[in-house]
Design a protein around this ligand. Structure first.
Ligand code: UD1
Ligand code: CA
Length: 454
């Protein structure tokens, strides 16, 4: 049996007060809609359909890399009307799972439970929760025996029905065959003048189709986002869940409430992370890595035992075993540090190999360079890799010593074991083991008198 997941995402989201369609607002660095698609994609044989309307083109442009059929709902006439827009593309013998693009924390396990409930006896399965404050939600109306009879929207509910605390989350599973029978029968004769998907519950009851409810693991799974306050609240929930999972996996966190993971963070044993760190994209921290406070690490692989000190920024970098970075270091895409390399404070490294045991410790820019082993790059050294038009490469051999405040004008090569005098501007090849000094000669003028003010 095929599974058709229909995610509703046509709404405007006026309360976000934004030009961006609501479902594209980000939670943990990813659009809310992407979270929903990810959860659903882990269900077996899921074919995904997304109903879009407001900002449809923007949604299609920004949600890429998913195998999704789009259905356009140009006018928002209600949730029943929205699902109906996707039905022509849904297999007639499929089970349909309805999700909301603005309910981002839904778990795959909960959806699987809902599908299992629906498959048992071809039932209509509803995800419901009990809320202390059910205001605004559709209420689940049950008979004395506890069987579900209908869903009544808040605006259509009687005073007595409004006392019901069990509410509709909107997420449900039912066969396409039933939907194809029921959706055309919906009417908009209600308080909001909309085609309510929820009216199919009474139809199911009238048709002797079993209606069953299951509940999520926690209330956050079914919380929708209407404004930025709710989005910010769910962001914190998501981040705390991520932090708890890291702690459970054996990571030390100085404060689980001061960590943000916006992507996938893979960790080895005995990793520790200080406060205020942000991880983006795919990051791997091997065994024993320590990340100091207020670091940003993006799409990088940090080798075993590396020490990343405070306020470092690492993006698209590869670090071998036992490297030391920072404080205040910046590693940009293509930074490739071999074992035990060091990059210290106020150094920037881009598209460059820093060989085993080499040190770039203070106030330096290394770009488009290939630096060998055990090289010492003195304070203030700059690889002049750009002539205003082209980028060129600097090569430095094993064991070279680059004096402080050297400019290496690329393309240029410094041989193994060579020494560069401080303050040099190197424009030509320095052979292995040579000393090169390229600066104005010092002149001392004795008996010189400073000018005096007239
Ligand atoms: C809906 C349910 C209500 C439930 C609540 C849970 C109905 C009639 N009501 O109410 O029982 O308690 O969700 O949050 O289903 N959407 C479209 N096209 C439309 C209308 C809505 O794509 O024409 C999308 C919205 O963008 C949103 C979702 O469907 O993501 C829910 O719509 P919304 O208008 O928020 O429904 P509620 O009135 O909150
Ligand atoms: Ca809503």
């Amino acid at each position: 049996m095929t599974l058709a997941v229909v995610t509703l995402a046509a709404g405007k989201g006026s309360r976000m007060k934004s030009d961006l369609p609501k479902v594209l607002h980000k939670l943990a660095g990813q659009p809310m809609l992407a979270h929903v698609l990810n959860s659903a994609s882990r269900l077996a044989d899921a074919q995904q359909h997304v109903v879009i309307g407001h900002g449809a083109e923007t949604v299609q442009q920004q949600i890429t890399g998913y195998d999704v059929s789009w259905a356009i709902q140009s006018e928002q006439k209600g949730t029943g009307h929205a699902v109906a827009q996707a039905m022509p593309q849904v297999d007639a013998d499929a089970t349909v799972l309805v999700l909301y693009g603005d309910v981002p924390l839904i778990r795959t396990e909960t959806l699987q439970k809902l599908l299992d409930e629906s498959h048992a006896g071809n039932a209509l399965a509803l995800l419901t929760v009990e809320l202390d404050n059910p205001h605004g939600y559709g209420r689940i109306v049950r008979d004395e025996a506890g069987n579900i009879q209908a869903i009544v929207e808040h605006k259509d509910a009687s005073a007595e029905q409004r006392n019901i605390r069990e509410v509709n989350t909107g997420i449900l599973a039912v066969s396409a065959a039933h939907l194809n029978t029921w959706l055309p029968q919906l009417s908009a004769n209600n308080a909001q003048g909309e085609y309510y998907l929820t009216d199919i519950i009474a139809m199911a009851v009238a048709n002797d189709v079993a209606v069953r409810a299951i509940h999520p693991q926690d209330e956050y799974e079914v919380q929708g986002v209407n404004d930025r306050l709710q989005l910010a609240a769910l962001e914190r929930v998501f981040q705390r869940q991520t932090a708890d999972a890291l702690l459970t996996a054996g990571v030390s966190l100085a404060d689980p409430d001061r960590l943000d993971v916006r992507g996938s963070l893979t960790v080895g044993a005995d990793v520790s992370i200080d406060i205020g760190c942000v991880f983006e994209g795919d990051v791997v921290l091997e065994d024993g890595v320590h990340i100091g406070p207020y670091c940003v690490v993006k799409n990088s692989h940090i080798g075993q035992g590396c020490e990343v000190e405070a306020y470092s920024h690492i993006d698209g970098a590869q670090l071998g075993t036992g490297c030391t970075i920072g404080p205040y270091a910046r590693l940009r895409p293509g930074a490739d540090l071999k074992q035990a390399a060091k990059v210290g404070n106020f150094c920037e490294v881009k598209k460059a190999v820093i060989g085993e045991g080499s040190k770039v410790n203070h106030l330096t820019y290394i770009g488009d360079a290939d630096i060998g082993k055990e090289v010492n790059v003195g304070a203030g050294t700059i690889t002049c890799n750009y002539d205003g038009v082209n980028k060129s490469t600097t090569e430095i051999g094993d064991g070279a010593f680059i004096g402080s405040n050297t400019s290496l004008v690329a393309p240029v090569k410094v041989g193994a074991g060579a020494t560069i005098g401080a303050g040099s501007v190197i424009t030509r090849t320095v052979a292995d083991h040579e000393l090169s000094v390229a600066r104005g000669k010092q002149r001392n003028i004795s008996g010189w008198a400073r000018p005096v003010k007239k």
